[in-house]
Design a protein around this ligand. Sequence first.
Ligand SMILES: [Zn+2]
Length: 254
Amino acid sequence: MEPIIVFFYVYVFVFGSCIASFMNVVIYRVPKELNVAKGRSFCPSCNKTLKPYDMIPVLSWIILKGKCRFCGEKISIRYPLVELVGGLLGMFCFFVYGFSFMTLISFSFSMILVSISLIDNDTMIIPDSLVIACLIVSIISIPFTDISWLSRIGGIFIISVPLCLINCIVPDSFGGGDIKLLGACGMMLGTPSMIVAGFIGILIAGIYAIYLMVTHRVERKGHIAFGPYLCFGLFIGLIYGQTLMNWYLSLYGL
Ligand SMILES: [Zn+2]
């Protein structure tokens, strides 16, 4: 690999982990309805404002050995992990799309999906503000994705409407947030990729639900957060949806 390419990957990793560091703030503040743009980052335990050198993605956590500089309270390993994942997702999007606007679009999308996944996992709620963020990314992506309008409009409804109908028959089987999220992303992914996304999300969530039932670990009145599985499906759908759909159709000689 050329040194300049290595430099770009390192740059993208650092950029990605910094954005993910901000997403940690989003994940913490949005469910509490705090302003994400206002106020410096603080320790949730002692409320002391963090020093800039305590906010270096991944590294600060390692240097501080996972403890607050002031009160010694443990800092969850989730923070550096989200930053690490952000850096890796940045590299992955750059690997797939290279010097293209789609790198930025897919990376922004992945960061919103990570936030939705963790918030849904924590609170069983997908905040509307993050669904709107997905919708904005969806709209911005339109000139950069080669998908027909028919496919885009189909994408909005192809999974969201069936889930909505299931919800009418079996109330609370899916959250309203899941359905809104599917609608918001449909315009960007188009119909075939949305089918792939829905299939992957439902398949993995189903396997996990069966695992919980078999091992008798079902909690929260038998509900699991569907968001994280759906988000994973949507990200794979955006990047590999068309490829996976073509491969699947080719099995039937189509
Ligand atoms: Zn503290």
